[in-house]
Write a protein that binds this ligand. Sequence first.
Ligand SMILES: C[S@@+](CC[C@H](N)C(=O)[O-])C[C@H]1O[C@@H](n2cnc3c(N)ncnc32)[C@H](O)[C@@H]1O
Length: 235
Amino acid sequence: MLQEAAVDGGRLEEMLARRAGGEPLEQVLGWAEFCGLRVTVTPGVFVPRRRSEFLVERAVQLLGAHRRPVVVDLCCGTGAIGVAISHGSEVELHAADLDPDAVACARQNVTMGQVHEGDLYDALPAGMRGRVDLLAVNAPYVPTDEIRLMPPEARLHEHHVALDGGADGLDLHRRVAADAPVWLRPEGTLLIETSAAQAERTAAACTAAGLRPTTLSRDESTLVEAVAPAVSTRA
Ligand SMILES: C[S@@+](CC[C@H](N)C(=O)[O-])C[C@H]1O[C@@H](n2cnc3c(N)ncnc32)[C@H](O)[C@@H]1O
């Protein structure tokens, strides 16, 4: 793949050296395959994982009957999840991330939608409150102390803000769940990627926020799907 991507021998040498130094293949190539799409990946930005394709497939199922649904890819990284959900269908897509490198990368990938920069929901225009049909979230969920156990590709070459979920890994999940009812329309859905070991606590955070959670698993992928109340609770 590197040979194909390199325009000349010098470039190949440089790419090989980066890969041999532990940089993820996708960051060296500059792209990753996700849901059959080629997504641009820039240095330091989280490489979209195959397990997240489950979230995309479930989102597409849920949106089947909607006309031009409002979809938010929160903690978007490259924007791969939002781009894949909206591929081939009419969606009002908003992607958002805190990390300026991720935002710049997502702006290359999200050609039919908007990319916002900021801390979780602070990034979104206020007018979107109570209008979101689907919140698709793959936020960091690695407990801080477990980052050192991750492969060097992640530990050394993806920004820690993309990995670090706080002491139990669930800091972001609690914050995402707590404010989801403000942004979701009545009966809108929060889809949040988690791990099998953390799913019960991710679901509990959703229940505490007044959402109705269900846990879905397939192979190595676990999701919590949480539905907002039928009557809006937005502030
Ligand atoms: C695990 S990565 C996932 C990226 C992308 N959703 C994907 O699946 O490829 C988590 C992302 O959350 C972003 N992030 C971390 N804390 C955030 C916050 N407080 N507000 C917005 N984004 C945040 C990181 O910059 C990173 O891009």
